[in-house]
Write a new protein. Structure first.
Length: 686
């Protein structure tokens, strides 16, 4: 457990903190004491950066006391004490304070690390409206006539155009702005992000009024999303003057629009919040979004104006430092029930709308679908039923066929029949065994001689015969074949190429992963949509072993067994884990070692997942199991399956998790190697 693998900094995460100290107005000594105590706590927790509120060393509400030399001198002495303390703390602090420069007073953020002041950032925009009168005491950044100042006998960079980069964690480059700076139409942090800042720090005081809390969330969340950055927003709390204002101490940490941490509002005591920021994610998002680079070019003048200050931190790499950030076990399915229902509604309607458009544009009114009694075809059939309802067509225009073969179990056959009856589609049954036997006979396959040789040819003949029937039926009835295979199967190459389940006229499930399909079917059952009171068949299907049903349970087969003889997940790994691997490989392009670290963080402890039981998993996976299944995924995804993805049917993209269409999110050579991914995986400790 002492391996660097188990340390979040080894995987391009950075633990950041926002501190909310209790203050005393015009009492720098007390405020410094609170600041140092919180900085020590942050260091103990392994944070690399901690930010404090605007003018925190003096308190924000000093008003004309800011023109008193005694207060300004005491505040500067307090900064000196913090700089001295920083020699023993392996993190960088961003401190808010008033600072005199060339006979002008600036509202500043001071960046301190390793016994040095690394730079001083003055506030750019001074509010002078409503309850704010900052222009009475302070000078805006663009009035400064110097770009460096003397502090404690050393020349220190000064200006709003400073970026700070941790040399031994180079993806951590941060920018500092102060309160109002983010409330203006074009915040300084926007240009800082274009100049490479991945973490944006805002030292704010921000008094509270009704409705302001929600607006802060919108403001900070959107700025972090637009800039593809993490955003740390501080706020003043207990101790600020309530002569005319009140303070709630609301502090926020967002990452690309996602809230990672929020402080307790109206707290009495000093406290601190933490978040583990995924710097790798931010870098990848910017790299993939080519318009980010175009924005850099368009604003080249502002971007080139920034100065980068490099420094090193004594990062806590020598010890185990697990993520505090919760990693969802099911990245395609929200854990919160309300969000899950919203996600299911949206995905389902995307699929329905896409198929409506395809049928409308082609003038075709009938669809042909194979129904196996398993998950994927069930969900595709439910989509087709809703499409017919929306188009005002009878559900009998869905020509559904169940096609039992050598390995079809009695359970799945019953489920297919019950499902078609519940949907009210045109239901027929075609036994594919005679045509398969003819094909096997033409091939000279040993099976026709009574030998139980269930090789890949035996399996593919059945898959091919089913699809061949569906296409000819579609020709005959002037319909189109609806594909049922899902995103997870396509990622793993778990489909029969060409005239097999790989092909259709239109695939409504093309970008829906197996874990999400499972919940979509459950959602339909729970809401009573499509099948009304006949939802039990959907619940039975959810409880059925996932299987291709191509190899019989006994030498004669014939569909007499009450459960499938094959288990797909025994062959290619559990879908819940492979969907996790797919998401982080496809969406973010993470190295296998990082994906494994995230999987370990999410799955190694049964309690960590805190996942609703209705999603049907109590599983946990140790690192060995994670590595084994990730190895299967990497080999199949990068080495053996791309040729199938290079020519897939049309189908709608449904989510930001990505699709594997060569016309959409994923274009790759069919003959690439998996070596670099497998080598990285091999370096993970056992």
């Amino acid at each position: 457990m002492n391996s660097p693998f188990f340390n979040l900094y080894s995987h391009h995460f950075a633990r950041v903190a926002v501190a909310i100290p209790r203050v005393r107005i015009a009492d720098p000594a007390y405020n410094v004491e609170q600041t140092i105590a919180l900085a020590r706590q942050a260091a103990e927790q392994g944070a690399a950066l901690v930010a404090f509120p605007e003018l925190g060393l003096s308190a924000y509400t000093c008003d004309d006391l800011f023109h008193q030399r005694a207060l300004l001198d005491a505040t500067l002495e307090g900064l000196a004490a913090i700089v001295e303390e920083s020699k023993t703390l392996p993190l960088v602090m961003v401190i808010g304070m008033p600072l005199r420069v060339n006979h002008m007073l600036f509202n500043c953020g001071v960046v301190v690390a390793g016994g040095k002041v690394l730079g001083v950032v003055p506030k750019s925009f001074l509010p002078n409206y409503g309850e704010f009168y900052e222009s009475r005491q302070f000078t805006p950044a663009d009035c400064a006539a110097v770009d460096q100042i003397d502090l404690f006998g050393a020349l220190v960079p000064f200006g709003a155009n400073l970026l700070f980069e941790v040399a031994n964690l180079p993806l951590l480059r941060f920018h500092v702005e102060i309160c109002e700076d983010v409330w203006v139409p074009v915040p300084p942090s926007s240009f800082a992000a274009l100049a490479g800042a991945t973490v944006l720090v805002n030292l704010s005081a921000s008094n509270v009024v009704v409705g302001k809390s929600g607006y802060r969330h919108q403001l900070v969340g959107q700025q972090s999303a637009r800039c593809m950055a993490a955003y740390l927003y501080t706020s003043a709390g207990r101790g600020e003057s309530t002569t005319d204002m009140a303070w709630d101490g609301q502090s926020l940490i967002y990452e690309k629009g996602e809230l990672l941490a929020e402080s307790e509002r109206f707290a009495d005591d000093s406290h601190i919040i933490y978040a583990d920021v995924d710097l790798d994610r931010l870098s990848t998002e910017r790299m993939k979004a080519t318009t980010f680079a175009q924005s850099v070019r368009r604003h080249a003048g502002e971007v080139s104006n920034f100065r980068v200050i490099d420094f090193e931190l004594d990062l806590p790499l020598a010890r185990t430092l697990p993520l505090q950030r919760k990693i969802e076990r099911f990245p395609y399915v929200p854990a919160d029930r309300a969000r899950r229902d919203e996600r299911c509604t949206e995905v389902y309607n995307i699929q329905v709308q896409a198929l409506i458009q395809r049928l409308s544009s082609s003038g075709i009114q009938k669809v042909v679908i194979g129904v196996s009694g398993g998950l994927d075809s069930t969900h595709a059939l439910l989509v087709c039923a809703k499409v017919m309802d929306r188009l005002g067509l009878p559900r009998t225009n869905i020509l559904a066929y169940t096609m039992p073969g050598f390995a079809t179990s009695g359970r799945t056959l019953r489920q297919a029949r019950d499902l078609m009856a519940a949907v009210g589609c045109s239901a027929q049954e075609i036994d594919i065994r005679p045509s398969c036997i003819q094909m096997l006979k033409d091939l000279g396959h040993p099976y026709v001689e009574g030998k139980a040789e269930y090789d890949i040819t035996f399996e593919n003949v059945q898959a091919g015969e089913r699809t061949n029937h569906l296409f000819r039926l579609a020709n005959f009835h002037n319909g189109i074949v609806i594909g049922t295979g899902d995103l997870s199967e396509l990622a793993l190459g778990w489909c029969t190429y060409g005239v097999g389940d790989h092909m259709s006229h239109y695939n409504v499930n093309a970008s829906v992963p197996k874990t999400l399909i499972s919940y979509l079917v459950r959602w339909v059952a729970e809401t009573g949509a499509v099948v009304g009171g006949d939802a039990q068949v959907l619940l039975d299907i959810l409880d059925t072993e996932i299987s291709p049903e191509l190899v019989p349970g006994g030498p004669q087969g014939g569909g007499n067994d009450d459960k499938p003889a094959q288990s797909t997940q025994d062959r290619i790994g559990p879908y819940e884990l492979q969907d996790f691997n797919l998401f982080y490989t496809l969406r973010y392009g993470y190295k296998p070692s990082k994906t494994a670290f995230l999987a370990y963080s999410a799955w190694h402890d049964r309690e960590l997942g805190r996942w609703p039981e209705e999603l049907g998993t109590r599983n946990q996976y140790d690192l060995g199991a994670i590595k084994r299944n990730l190895s299967i995924f990497l080999f199949r995804f990068f080495k053996t399956s791309q040729f199938k993805r290079s020519c897939v049917p049309n189908g709608p993209k449904v989510g930001n998790g990505g699709s594997l269409s060569p016309r959409g999110d994923w274009r790759a050579p069919s003959d690439s190697e998996a070596t670099v991914w497998l080598d990285d995986l091999a370096n993970i400790p056992d």
